[in-house]
Write a protein that binds this ligand. Structure first.
Ligand SMILES: [Fe+2]
Length: 141
Protein backbone atom coordinates (compact mmCIF):
# COMPACT_ATOMS: atom_id res chain seq x y z
CA UNK A 1 0.00 0.00 0.00
CA UNK A 2 1.51 3.28 -1.05
CA UNK A 3 1.39 6.36 1.12
CA UNK A 4 -1.55 7.97 -0.73
CA UNK A 5 -3.68 4.81 -0.42
CA UNK A 6 -2.69 4.41 3.22
CA UNK A 7 -3.90 7.95 3.97
CA UNK A 8 -7.20 7.33 2.10
CA UNK A 9 -7.72 4.03 3.93
CA UNK A 10 -6.94 5.63 7.29
CA UNK A 11 -9.35 8.51 6.65
CA UNK A 12 -12.07 6.08 5.54
CA UNK A 13 -11.52 3.89 8.61
CA UNK A 14 -11.64 6.86 10.94
CA UNK A 15 -14.83 8.12 9.33
CA UNK A 16 -16.45 4.72 9.50
CA UNK A 17 -15.60 4.26 13.15
CA UNK A 18 -17.12 7.62 13.92
CA UNK A 19 -20.34 6.87 12.05
CA UNK A 20 -21.07 3.29 13.11
CA UNK A 21 -21.18 3.85 16.88
CA UNK A 22 -23.56 6.78 16.42
CA UNK A 23 -25.82 4.71 14.17
CA UNK A 24 -25.87 1.91 16.77
CA UNK A 25 -26.55 4.34 19.56
CA UNK A 26 -29.57 5.73 17.73
CA UNK A 27 -31.06 2.30 17.15
CA UNK A 28 -30.59 1.14 20.76
CA UNK A 29 -32.15 4.13 22.51
CA UNK A 30 -35.49 3.16 24.06
CA UNK A 31 -38.38 5.23 22.82
CA UNK A 32 -40.95 3.98 25.33
CA UNK A 33 -41.15 1.66 28.31
CA UNK A 34 -43.13 -1.52 27.85
CA UNK A 35 -45.70 -2.37 30.51
CA UNK A 36 -44.25 -5.91 30.46
CA UNK A 37 -41.15 -4.69 32.31
CA UNK A 38 -42.91 -4.86 35.65
CA UNK A 39 -46.00 -6.57 37.03
CA UNK A 40 -48.68 -5.36 39.45
CA UNK A 41 -51.60 -6.87 41.37
CA UNK A 42 -54.03 -5.84 38.63
CA UNK A 43 -51.62 -6.59 35.78
CA UNK A 44 -49.64 -9.74 36.66
CA UNK A 45 -49.05 -10.66 33.02
CA UNK A 46 -47.50 -14.07 32.54
CA UNK A 47 -47.06 -14.49 36.30
CA UNK A 48 -50.76 -14.34 37.29
CA UNK A 49 -50.32 -17.31 39.62
CA UNK A 50 -47.43 -15.58 41.43
CA UNK A 51 -49.15 -12.42 42.73
CA UNK A 52 -49.48 -13.70 46.31
CA UNK A 53 -45.78 -14.46 46.67
CA UNK A 54 -44.27 -11.62 44.63
CA UNK A 55 -46.30 -8.46 45.21
CA UNK A 56 -44.52 -6.50 47.96
CA UNK A 57 -46.57 -5.31 50.93
CA UNK A 58 -45.88 -1.77 52.10
CA UNK A 59 -46.58 -0.34 55.56
CA UNK A 60 -46.06 3.35 56.20
CA UNK A 61 -45.88 4.94 59.64
CA UNK A 62 -45.28 8.64 60.06
CA UNK A 63 -44.07 10.68 63.01
CA UNK A 64 -43.99 14.42 62.38
CA UNK A 65 -42.16 14.77 59.02
CA UNK A 66 -40.36 11.42 59.21
CA UNK A 67 -41.93 8.44 57.43
CA UNK A 68 -40.85 4.87 58.04
CA UNK A 69 -41.61 2.48 55.18
CA UNK A 70 -41.58 -1.26 55.82
CA UNK A 71 -41.57 -3.50 52.75
CA UNK A 72 -41.97 -7.28 52.79
CA UNK A 73 -42.25 -9.64 49.87
CA UNK A 74 -43.90 -12.89 51.02
CA UNK A 75 -41.40 -14.97 49.08
CA UNK A 76 -39.02 -17.79 49.90
CA UNK A 77 -35.28 -17.13 50.17
CA UNK A 78 -33.97 -20.43 48.83
CA UNK A 79 -30.30 -19.59 48.56
CA UNK A 80 -29.35 -18.31 45.09
CA UNK A 81 -31.76 -20.76 43.44
CA UNK A 82 -34.90 -18.68 44.04
CA UNK A 83 -34.97 -15.45 46.02
CA UNK A 84 -35.79 -11.76 46.12
CA UNK A 85 -32.80 -9.85 44.81
CA UNK A 86 -33.75 -6.38 46.02
CA UNK A 87 -36.34 -3.77 46.89
CA UNK A 88 -36.16 -0.35 45.24
CA UNK A 89 -37.90 2.79 46.51
CA UNK A 90 -39.03 5.36 43.91
CA UNK A 91 -40.64 8.76 44.32
CA UNK A 92 -43.89 9.95 42.73
CA UNK A 93 -42.04 10.74 39.47
CA UNK A 94 -40.52 7.22 39.49
CA UNK A 95 -37.10 8.59 40.37
CA UNK A 96 -34.76 6.39 42.40
CA UNK A 97 -34.67 7.14 46.13
CA UNK A 98 -33.13 4.09 47.79
CA UNK A 99 -32.67 0.34 47.53
CA UNK A 100 -31.97 -2.68 49.67
CA UNK A 101 -30.08 -5.67 48.29
CA UNK A 102 -30.60 -9.12 49.79
CA UNK A 103 -28.14 -11.88 50.41
CA UNK A 104 -30.15 -15.12 50.21
CA UNK A 105 -27.51 -16.94 52.25
CA UNK A 106 -28.07 -14.53 55.16
CA UNK A 107 -31.50 -12.90 54.75
CA UNK A 108 -34.25 -15.36 55.54
CA UNK A 109 -37.08 -12.85 54.89
CA UNK A 110 -37.03 -10.21 52.14
CA UNK A 111 -37.77 -7.27 54.43
CA UNK A 112 -36.60 -3.67 53.95
CA UNK A 113 -37.07 -0.54 56.00
CA UNK A 114 -36.65 2.86 54.42
CA UNK A 115 -36.89 6.30 56.00
CA UNK A 116 -38.01 9.48 54.26
CA UNK A 117 -38.14 12.95 55.72
CA UNK A 118 -40.33 15.80 54.48
CA UNK A 119 -41.97 13.71 51.76
CA UNK A 120 -45.65 13.63 50.90
CA UNK A 121 -47.50 11.83 48.13
CA UNK A 122 -47.11 8.51 46.39
CA UNK A 123 -44.11 6.23 46.70
CA UNK A 124 -43.45 3.19 44.56
CA UNK A 125 -41.73 -0.02 45.58
CA UNK A 126 -40.16 -2.49 43.19
CA UNK A 127 -39.42 -6.06 44.26
CA UNK A 128 -37.22 -8.17 42.02
CA UNK A 129 -37.36 -11.98 42.00
CA UNK A 130 -34.52 -13.78 40.27
CA UNK A 131 -37.03 -16.05 38.47
CA UNK A 132 -40.31 -14.12 38.32
CA UNK A 133 -39.21 -10.63 37.39
CA UNK A 134 -40.08 -7.22 38.73
CA UNK A 135 -43.18 -6.33 40.77
CA UNK A 136 -44.53 -2.88 41.58
CA UNK A 137 -46.61 -1.69 44.52
CA UNK A 138 -47.46 1.84 45.70
CA UNK A 139 -48.31 3.58 48.95
CA UNK A 140 -49.15 7.08 50.13
CA UNK A 141 -47.21 9.11 52.65
FE1 LIG B 1 -40.14 -15.94 42.56
Amino acid sequence: MNRRNFIRFSALSAGTSLIIPNALAETTQPTEISSDIYYTKSSPGRWASKVGTHLPTVEVSKVNDKASIKVVTPHEMKDYEHYIVKHVLLDKQHKFLDEHLFNPLVDKVPLSTFTLENYTGTIYILSLCNKHDLWLAAAEI
